[in-house]
Design a protein around this ligand. Structure first.
Ligand code: FAD
Length: 392
């Protein structure tokens, strides 16, 4: 039986779905396999929204990728708009399910002389990213929903905003199918066997062959690639949606935000998007989740709510009570740096992941760059600083 493909993508979530679209668009024969039916709530892309910003402090490769991602998000939003509601109705999608990006602006708040703010400002200056520095009174005059302590400042990126993560995966999936990608969903990959000429992927339902395999399995990727055992750590994160007056916290009047407290604690959040409430989460910390273990639901630990509430009491005092809680998985890699490339000891097997709680915004440009690398061996955005050689 010859069910061979140029590429099999294992995991059709944030990175995998985008890579699937771009590789299919480039003319390669692609099969995407996912244990669930993306978008879904079993990985790292649910909860509706992700922050997009481009002032990056982790090295120039990130800022370049973020800027290219921004162009690709605009193209995707344009394409989604052009198709119009009739197309989406035909695909079983409502028009609201096709919103890709909302430009709310993003403000980063930290100690006045912190590296957190200074490095973002340096990145804005180096890459020509528009920004404003704002003192506490200026922050509170512009956004009266905030309470900002003294000795703190903000760096505002007006071009930044909110990505609709599940919508994006849904739209990329439609586009990938239109470009000829095959899908096997609700089919778990059990093993990947490397060969000199062909790779073999065994699932709960069958066996598939391809020249190359790209693993984008998210938090539990080490179950498929033991090389990742000490490199990708699944971490449980608690998120809350809180009632809030739209006149103070609606997306037309309030930005998305990241708050660094004292250099170690980092909270982030979103304005109220069409009555869904202000969403707040914490970036640092969280408990490691063992493969196969149940993810304890929100509220299992009292601190799930207490922690978010104490942040709200300090910085967002006019926000009301919790309306909904949820949990999601980070896929943390050392130094929060992505891991992307071919495995050194297993030619033909690629991995893209380690998004470490900040990867979604890059998923468009990472997918595009991966497709270029897989198709022609080089990419416009340089992914070499994410290669495995630096980590293994
Ligand atoms: C609470 C939270 C907030 C975040 N906020 C932001 C933010 O504001 N901005 C930002 O840029 N990023 C953010 N992130 C990070 C971002 O969402 C992740 O980095 C990104 O979604 C990771 O993508 P992925 O493709 O690696 O994983 P996923 O999207 O989880 O995809 C992995 C896929 O692999 C499939 N899979 C796994 N194992 C198998 C198998 N054996 N067989 C078949 N399929 C399999 C899964 O079903 C899943 O569909 C946040 C993450 C979380 C959890």
């Amino acid at each position: 039986m010859n069910n061979g493909y140029d590429i099999i993508i294992v995991g059709a979530g944030s990175f995998g779905m985008s890579a699937g679209y771009f590789t299919a668009k480039s003319g390669l024969r692609v099969l995407l396999i996912d244990a669930h039916n993306p978008p879904h709530e079993q990985g790292s892309h649910h909860g509706g929204t992700r922050i997009y910003r481009s002032a990056y402090t982790m090295g120039p490769a990130y800022a370049q990728l973020a800027l290219r991602a921004g162009e690709l998000w605009s193209e995707l939003a344009e394409e989604a708009r052009e198709w119009g509601s009739s197309h989406y109705c035909g695909s079983g999608m409502a028009k609201a399910d096709a919103e890709i990006f909302r430009k709310t602006g993003v403000v980063s708040i930290g100690d006045t002389n912190s590296r957190f703010l200074q490095s973002k400002q340096d990145s804005c200056m180096e890459f020509g990213i528009p920004y404003e520095r704002l003192k506490p009174k200026e922050l509170m005059d512009r956004w009266p929903g905030f309470c900002i302590p003294e000795h703190t400042e903000g760096l505002y990126e007006p071009q930044a905003g909110v990505l609709f993560s599940e919508n994006i995966i849904r739209v990329y999936r439609i586009l990938a199918e239109r470009c000829g990608a095959d899908f096997r969903t609700n089919e778990r990959v059990e093993s990947i066997v490397s060969g000199s000429a062909q790779q073999m992927v065994r699932t709960s339902a069958g066996t598939y062959y391809a020249d190359r395999v790209l693993v984008c399995g998210g938090a539990f990727s080490a179950a498929l690639l033991p090389e990742l055992k000490h490199l990708v750590r699944p971490v449980r994160k608690a998120i809350g949606w809180f009632e809030a007056p739209a006149c103070l916290y609606g997306s037309g009047v309030f930005p998305a935000f990241i708050v660094n407290k004292g250099g170690t604690e980092e909270y982030y959040g979103f304005p109220d998007l069409d009555g869904r409430g202000v969403k707040v989460g914490r970036h640092d910390g969280g408990e490691t989740v063992l493969p196969g273990a149940e993810l304890p639901p929100f509220g299992t630990h009292p601190e799930d709510e207490e922690d978010l509430q104490s942040f709200i009491n300090l910085y967002l005092p006019k926000v009301g009570s919790l309306s909904k809680g949820g949990t999601c998985l980070y896929e943390n890699a050392p130094g929060e740096h992505f891991l992307i490339g071919e495995l050194p000891e297993r030619p033909g097997i690629w991995f893209a992941g380690g998004g470490s709680g900040h990867g979604f915004k890059f998923s468009s440009s990472i997918g595009e760059a991966l497709s270029q690398l897989l198709a022609v061996g080089r990419s416009h955005c340089d992914l070499s600083s994410f290669a495995f050689q630096r980590s293994l």
